[in-house]
Design a protein around this ligand. Structure first.
Ligand SMILES: [Zn+2]
Ligand SMILES: [Zn+2]
Length: 248
């Protein structure tokens, strides 16, 4: 791994470690770039286990300070991981255009009207809704890449063929729009239902750009053998040509 484009810190209230700890770990591991991509805050403060809206100025000041401090050692990128919430898109653009959060990751953990958790138990209707919403989100043109497209395999009880068909619809749009797709090392490390081997086998039928990210929620996971190393081996076994460097 020479760059990691998906990193959390204690600011999201469900991870540990300061921003600086992650940057230092990235330098130690020889990375040339690291994107700090906290879960985006919302003015409604929906979730106590996310950065609160009022915390953004302090977070942003700290991140800016560290970007300058480490500028000669590593390229630190400002980003946010975002659900596709149509009512929040103006804020996402505000973070991008006014504060330089240029890497907006689509990580659709909750559905677009916040009535369902995409990790929860679900059937085919919810799987299709997930795909519909991700596709709608991708078509906004706001998002740089798609995190863990296979997250809804958590809790899924419907037929595998149906789910793979929905993943195929997502991959077709990623191919059409040239949006990279992430094989997520946090799911791999945590032995979750994603990354799902069948999904990534299917992905090879599309002309995609694949990347592997740590999605670290603790410093030791930033560039770890069990998570990142394991996911790299997983991709190699499937013959997926992973892209390691982006000009972000
Ligand atoms: Zn998280
Ligand atoms: Zn994440």
């Amino acid at each position: 791994m020479i760059a990691n484009y998906h990193t959390h810190t204690r600011w999201c209230r469900h991870a540990t470690g300061e921003i600086e700890d992650y940057i230092q770990e990235a330098v130690r591991k020889g990375l040339r770039a690291v994107a700090i991509t906290e879960h985006v805050p919302h003015s409604q403060n929906f979730d106590p286990r996310r950065m609160q809206w009022e915390e953004f100025p302090a977070y942003n000041a700290e991140l800016d300070r560290l970007i300058e401090k480490y500028q000669d050692q590593i390229h630190v990128i400002k980003g946010f991981e975002c659900e596709y919430y149509p009512f929040s898109l103006e804020n996402y653009k505000m973070f991008r255009d006014q504060y330089g959060y240029k890497l907006l990751i689509l990580g659709h953990h909750t559905n677009k009207d916040r009535t369902a958790d995409n990790f929860a138990r679900k059937g085919e209707a919810e799987m299709k809704q997930y795909a519909d919403e991700v596709i709608e989100g991708l078509r906004t043109g706001l998002f740089t890449f798609l995190a863990h497209p296979d997250v809804p395999f958590c809790g899924y009880t419907g037929s595998a063929d149906f789910a793979l068909e929905q993943m195929g619809r997502i991959f077709a749009v990623c191919e059409e729009l040239g949006i990279p797709v992430e094989i997520n090392a946090n799911g791999y490390r945590d032995k979750r239902a994603y990354p799902d081997r069948r999904v990534w086998e299917l992905s090879r039928q599309y002309k995609l750009t694949w990347l592997i990210n740590s999605d670290a929620h603790e410093v030791a996971h930033l560039c770890d053998e069990a998570g990142v190393g394991g996911t790299e081996a997983f991709a190699r076994e499937l013959g997926i040509p992973v892209t390691e460097w982006f000009d972000w």
